[in-house]
Design a protein around this ligand. Structure first.
Ligand code: SF4
Length: 491
């Protein structure tokens, strides 16, 4: 993707759809995946001689106009852009412009997103991809690589021990890329599938796996389509690469439920552990399950000879548009929150996905140990709650979701989430039983079979700790945020 003339990159969740609206077929125009900053799309980046001009939220007419200049070096940067970035002309990573959602952090694991053509083997090869590192080197990197996200069987733990046990196991083994559930994983599959596959292939070669399966939500059509195309053209993989979809349910990302879905079982229930998937996994074979984030981290670390030391996370909630970004582990939550365009005054953040911890403190670093210490989640998802949000209503919804969406296999989660939703509803009738709620959460946390039940009480536990006055006010018939008035009157 080089040449003397300007290159126009059209970036969006569906860039080909954007281009087809414009009837544009000019040389020098390429479609790339989303950068992760959805609010800027369609984003057109015009690059010429080490300088890239960014044009945000382009109409079809504007896209057509910019593409028409693709063969004109003089007009490539002739004003009208929203930001410009100077960079190495040969860079293979998106240069970071001063734009909301895109200007924060760095682009290493996300470097390909919005810059390289997702299914172009030439682009990936030019960026140093498709390498064949030795198993010894992969195992060495694995020592300090920790799994990312709750869909990873090594979440927040070094992956090396699990790799060793699969490597030493007798018989055939599998590698499952668990791309279900997290927006950041869906982005990587759609915008940087070869990074993810490079990681999966390196692991498969290292442990001697003879099957690689990419598992994603059926709803993430773009991710499925793109990673399927990339899998078909991956050069000489050590094992066949299949792409399998599962239902668009939250629980379907849990590693053992992911295995159930990949095996084609319609009723998803978590499997008892031990034995873990590394012993008895897909079709009873030793299996590694890693998220796209973990595998892309592995791939870029193997290529660069040093770990990027970053976390990829998605900021959602009361923001103009979701943003997926990459920040150093030393960055704080406030940097993540500030990267998104909030739609109101900040009140709190729910950190760690669906069952994250609720906090008003954002000076916590993104390092998993610091997040755990603060009773926050490490799933790579931050939901911003604006000041007109009612915290009691928010955690009530999370509890109801948990009671409706759990798999039903174990009592502490199945009955516990139902009781929790009831106890939170009782507050509206004047009965706030903090001790009863905390005891219930303790039982769910310590006795549930899988991470779903272990974490389902975290929003409530942390919200009581940070916002107890709101719970007491509701028991007194008052909603400080003013959003539960009808519910309180009906009680
Ligand atoms: S914790 Fe919940 S989701 Fe997990 S096995 Fe038990 S009932 Fe199912």
């Amino acid at each position: 993707m080089t040449g003397d003339g300007p290159i126009v990159r059209v970036s969006a969740s569906d860039p080909d759809g954007v281009l087809s609206e414009t009837n544009t077929t000019r040389d020098g125009v390429v479609t790339v995946g989303s950068t992760g900053a959805q609010g800027l799309e369609p984003l057109v980046a015009v690059t010429h001689e080490g300088r890239t001009a960014f044009h945000t939220r382009c109409s079809p007419e504007r896209v057509a106009e910019l593409c028409a200049h693709a063969d004109s070096a003089e007009t490539a940067h002739s004003g009208g852009y929203d930001a410009v970035a100077d960079h190495d002309p040969q860079t293979d990573q998106l240069p970071v412009p001063e734009l909301p959602g895109l200007g924060a952090g760095e682009r290493t694991v996300l470097g390909a997103c919005g810059w390289r053509r997702p299914t172009s083997t030439a682009d990936h090869e030019a960026a140093g991809g498709f390498g064949t590192p030795s198993p010894a080197r992969v195992l060495e990197v694995g020592e300090s690589l920790h799994g990312r996200g709750w869909g990873d069987v090594c979440q927040d733990e070094s992956v090396a021990g699990t790799w060793e046990s699969v490597r030493e196991a007798d018989g055939a083994s599998s590698v499952v890329v668990n791309g279900h559930g997290a927006a950041s994983d869906a982005l990587l599959l759609a915008s940087a599938p070869f990074e993810v596959l490079d990681g999966a292939v390196a692991v498969a070669r290292t442990v001697g796996a003879d099957r690689i399966v990419v598992y994603a939500s059926a709803d993430d059509e773009r991710s499925v389509e793109t990673v399927s195309a990339a899998a078909e053209t991956y050069p000489e993989p050590p094992a066949p690469i299949d792409v399998v979809t599962g239902p668009a349910e939250y629980k379907a990302a849990e590693p053992t439920m992911a295995l159930e879905a990949v095996e084609g079982n319609h009723r998803l229930e978590a499997r008892l552990r031990p034995p873990g998937p590394e012993e008895v996994g897909l079709h009873g074979r030793p299996t590694l399950l890693h998220t796209p984030r973990t595998l892309a981290h592995l791939a870029v670390t193997l290529r660069r000879d040093e770990a990027p030391g970053t976390r990829v996370l998605t900021v959602t909630g009361d923001v103009a548009a979701p943003v997926t970004l990459e920040l150093p582990e030393t960055a704080t939550l406030s940097e993540a929150v500030d990267a998104a365009d909030a739609t109101g005054e900040f009140k709190a953040a729910c950190v760690g996905g669906q069952f994250g911890g609720v906090t008003r403190e954002t000076d916590v670093t993104l390092d998993p140990a610091a997040l755990e210490e603060a009773d926050l989640g490490t799933e790579g998802a931050v939901r911003v709650l604006a000041d007109d949000r009612c915290i009691v209503e928010f955690v009530g919804r999370q509890a109801t979701f948990a009671s409706e969406e759990n798999c039903g296999r174990c009592v502490p989660c199945r009955e516990g989430t139902t009781q929790l939703a009831e106890l939170l509803r009782d507050i509206y009738g004047g009965a706030y039983d903090r001790d009863g709620i905390e005891e219930l959460l303790r039982v769910m946390d310590t006795s549930s079979i899988c991470a779903f039940g272990v974490r389902a009480g975290r929003p409530t536990r942390t919200a009581i700790s940070a916002f107890e006055a709101e719970f007491e006010a509701h028991a007194d018939g008052r909603c400080p945020a003013g959003s539960c008035t009808e519910a309180l009157e009906a009680s």
